[in-house]
Design a protein around this ligand. Structure first.
Ligand code: ADP
Ligand code: MG
Length: 225
């Protein structure tokens, strides 16, 4: 649905790690829920963007090469007014050692579980879809499931159930169950994207925040090759 054209243009520009707005564009064309973001530079532009997104907002560094933005103080969530946005913008600048860094301004997403979802490309097997426990626990616990594309509905149903963290999704300790059907839909859509666009070398949605209202990716890294 036009995603091919966006990818071709990105590859013509050298490929590699892609800026968030382009990733959101590609994902959006496959109906994969991803948080919209304004990418702006400068304190005034950040405050303006926050005003149109609506408070509270999130402000984070927009550099596609940064792997762990929060580790260096480049992610600020729950900003409740222009003063907080200004302070966060300055803090991101200080963290990066730059005066006018490009930043993303996003709405706050709410979810009780952080998942990670994505695509990895194996030279022998082709593209695989990945789903796991996300956020700060991703690397620590390594709780992940993989399926080759093309994916079946059965694959999608098994993926989250095969996680050790599956119980977190079905209403652990009195929490409301999350929309697991929407999680299955998301991995199926990732499967279609990976099938159509084998140039996706790596796609990492981390985290995908999931609640009763369904999942939404708030951070995305994509490498095209
Ligand atoms: P990085 O992974 O590079 O450190 P993220 O964008 O993933 O940066 O942000 C780090 C954490 O901040 C996320 O795992 C999530 O818990 C929280 N976070 C980031 N963006 C949002 C958002 N829009 N809404 C709610 N929480 C967010
Ligand atoms: Mg992240």
């Amino acid at each position: 649905a036009g995603a091919r054209g966006v990818v071709e243009a990105a590859l013509a520009g050298g490929g590699g790690w892609q800026p968030y707005p382009r990733i959101a564009d590609i994902l959006g064309r496959y109906g994969i829920p991803v948080l919209a973001s304004a990418q702006v530079a400068g304190e005034r532009a950040a405050i303006e963007a926050a005003g149109s997104v609506g408070y509270p907002v999130v402000l984070k560094a927009a550099d596609p090469d940064l792997v762990h933005k929060s580790d260096i103080g480049a992610v600020h969530i729950g900003l409740d007014g222009p003063g907080a946005v200004r302070a966060a913008y300055r803090a991101v600048g200080a963290a990066l050692g730059r005066t006018e860094p490009p930043v993303l301004v996003q709405a706050m997403a709410h979810g009780q579980v952080e998942l990670v979802a994505g695509v990895v490309h194996d030279p022998l097997f082709g593209s695989l879809i990945m789903l796991g426990l996300g956020g700060v626990h991703t690397d620590l616990l390594g709780d992940r499931a993989f399926r080759l594309v093309p994916m079946t509905v059965q694959d999608a149903g098994q993926m989250w159930r095969s996680l050790r963290a599956a119980r977190l999704l079905t209403g652990y300790r009195g929490a409301p169950p999350v929309d697991t059907a929407a999680v299955e839909d998301l991995v199926l859509r990732l499967g279609r994207l990976a099938e159509d666009i084998p140039e996706i070398a790596e796609l990492d949605l981390n985290p995908v925040l999931v609640g009763p209202g369904g999942p939404v990716a708030v951070d995305a890294r994509l490498r095209l090759a």
